[in-house]
Design a protein around this ligand. Structure first.
Ligand code: THG
Length: 369
């Protein structure tokens, strides 16, 4: 297949880190929230290995913030998510499915509670800002909604803790998973959370002061030499092995949270008021007809650019393969698929056709690791 480039323009936004990662050897981008998101620095397999051993810095500025500020901010936030936020605390992050009037998923952001009346919705790839503005205006809520100037970079991998300690001192290691606080670097305070889109541990720096953020980025690479630091990005292999789901790839606005394994983030109690709740109550009562599952595929190479149907021996539709990669850990291709009842249980098998080849598929539980 010929390799085309995507034309750049103002509409396809770059990030404050773009010139740096281009000097550091980025080899592929994807587009996320109308912004450049690095997708590879050379081999995905080598990057995955390195991420599991050392430390990487990622330009994830494409994880945009939707700020909701004002008297009715908490009400609007709760109206958008099926996760109960009534006991949420300032200084904590919450992984929250956003639900529409049909009970389907709109996004799966991390939500940060900055203050009772000020929240950041750190979004995956869909235009949550317009959904929020529509709800706020329809309900006459007293809130301001905008995209603040925040550009996240992540520090991920087992050595991220020792590296960050060198800059911010011991107290950065006291941050609990999904907690955040403000830490000073050269007299500028930065919001840093213990989070990130890998299961290898690490931090996300929500950079508001770009000049200081770029200095911090450069300092990490200087001090990181002893930890074998490298530039990186969300890694397809690591995230599939870890079962971190991707909006637009593994699920989208045609899927509901029960089908996607988000039931632990769904609260249907009387005190929680969110859009689509009546639909979720109905779906829970009736039960789901399909579910996101893992699959093993008997091949050692794949490059999915669209979903692929999974069939049984009699050509009946079983489900839809939505993401896949070769996993060096399992020494075969692994993937995430929406599998129909009654096939959505471990060890069911099927077939996919790719490039004229029939490959056998085995269903398994998520996460793989
Ligand atoms: N960090 C920030 N913003 C983001 C992402 C991020 N926005 C887009 C995208 N990633 C949103 N999706 C996810 C998916 C999973 C997780 C975070 C964001 C995640 N999940 C943990 C898990 O599944 O183990 C913890 C969830 C929990 O609290 O139970 O970290 O990465 N800023």
């Amino acid at each position: 297949m010929k390799n085309y480039s995507i034309a750049r323009s103002r509409r396809l936004r770059s990030t404050p880190y773009t010139s740096r990662i281009e000097n550091q050897g980025v080899t592929a981008y994807t587009v996320y929230n109308h912004m450049l998101l690095p997708a590879a620095f050379g081999s995905l397999e080598e990057s995955c290995d390195h991420l599991k051993k050392d430390v990487q810095v990622w330009d994830v500025a494409a994880e945009r913030q939707v700020e909701i500020f004002g008297k009715d901010a908490a009400k609007l936030i709760q109206l958008m998510t099926c996760r109960d936020l009534s006991k949420s605390k300032v200084g904590r992050c919450y992984y929250c499915p956003i639900i529409d009037e049909n009970g389907n998923l709109v996004n799966d952001p991390v939500i940060l509670k900055l203050a009772e009346d000020r929240w950041w919705v750190s979004i995956a790839d869909s235009d949550v800002i317009f959904f929020a503005k529509g709800l706020a205006s329809g309900n006459k809520f007293d809130v301001k909604i905008y995209e603040p100037n925040v550009d996240i970079f992540a520090v991920q991998g087992p050595k991220s803790f020792d590296l960050m300690e060198k800059i911010f001192g011991k107290k950065i290691k006291d941050l609990k998973f999904f907690g955040f606080d403000y830490f000073e670097f050269n007299e500028t305070k930065h919001l840093i959370a213990r989070s990130g889109w890998s299961k290898q541990g690490g931090f996300e720096v929500y950079v508001e002061n770009t000049k200081s953020g770029l200095e911090l980025y450069d300092r990490l690479f200087e001090l990181g030499k002893e930890f074998n630091i490298k530039p990186g990005c969300p890694n397809l292999i690591e995230r599939i092995e870890s079962g971190l789901l991707s909006y637009g790839n593994d699920f989208d606005n045609n899927d509901n949270p029960f089908e996607c394994g988000f039931e632990k983030y769904v609260n249907l109690d009387a005190n929680v008021n969110f859009l689509g709740k009546d639909k979720l109550i109905k779906i829970e009562k009736e039960g789901i007809k399909r579910k996101l599952m893992g699959v093993f595929i008997e091949t050692n190479k794949i490059n999915l650019t669209k979903s692929v149907n999974i069939k049984d021996d009699n050509n009946n539709f079983i489900g839809e393969l939505r993401s896949a990669c070769y996993s060096p850990h399992f020494k075969k291709v692994i993937g995430i698929a929406m599998i129909n009842q009654p096939y959505c249980k471990a060890s069911e098998s099927g077939i996919i056709e790719i490039d004229g080849n029939s490959l056998s598929v085995k269903v398994c539980d998520l996460p793989f690791i």
